[in-house]
Ligand binder design. Structure first.
Ligand SMILES: [Zn+2]
Ligand SMILES: [Zn+2]
Length: 178
């Protein structure tokens, strides 16, 4: 079975092909194009952009970094229905602690009321929040998730810039230095 080159999902139908690459949909095709741009960018350009976000201000509270990807985990249930989800966010440690405490309280109050999954999933999601509170990503080093997020953003910016220049001067080479 074909596998999406961007997200790794097995593709049942509706594969999008581009050259040697196969994608599960239009979103992943766009992501794949961005990933290939990222692969061509010099490491120090990416490292610098990643360090800037990591050491920068928290986009949520404006406080000092380090900023990283922090995921909190929630669950809620009604009778036989239980719904659980993970919420990644880019923020500082203190915003992450607030989000995880909120998710822990949210799940502790609303998680249990479904059978059987509420009883199974609630302790799991609460446990994941507590583990996250106790450990969290290393503040010294940007996590793999942060690296990926910032790299894709840099790649998307490069693509936009290339597109903008192409529209302005259709004849000139695309990567010419100014
Ligand atoms: Zn995909
Ligand atoms: Zn913050």
């Amino acid at each position: 079975m074909a596998k999406c080159d961007a997200c790794g999902t097995h593709i049942l139908w509706g594969a999008v092909r581009e050259g040697d690459f196969t994608y599960c949909g239009e979103n992943c095709r766009a992501k794949g194009v961005t990933q290939r741009v990222v692969q061509q960018l010099p490491d120090d350009v990416l490292d610098e952009a990643i360090a800037e976000v990591h050491q920068g201000e928290c986009p949520q509270c404006g406080g000092p970094g380090p900023v990283d990807m922090h995921t909190s985990h929630r669950v809620w249930s009604v009778l036989v229905m239980t719904s659980w989800s993970d919420h990644p966010q880019l923020c500082c440690r203190s915003c992450a602690v607030k989000a995880k405490l909120f998710s822990t309280a949210f799940s502790g109050v609303l998680g249990w009321w479904g059978f059987p999954f509420g009883l199974i999933i609630t302790p799991i999601q609460i446990g994941r929040n507590l583990v996250g509170l106790a450990t969290g990503p290393d503040p010294e080093v940007p996590s793999a998730e942060l690296r990926k997020l910032v790299s894709l953003q840099v790649g998307a910016n490069v693509l936009r810039e290339v597109e903008r220049r192409r529209r302005q001067q259709p004849e000139s080479p695309v990567f010419e230095d100014e």
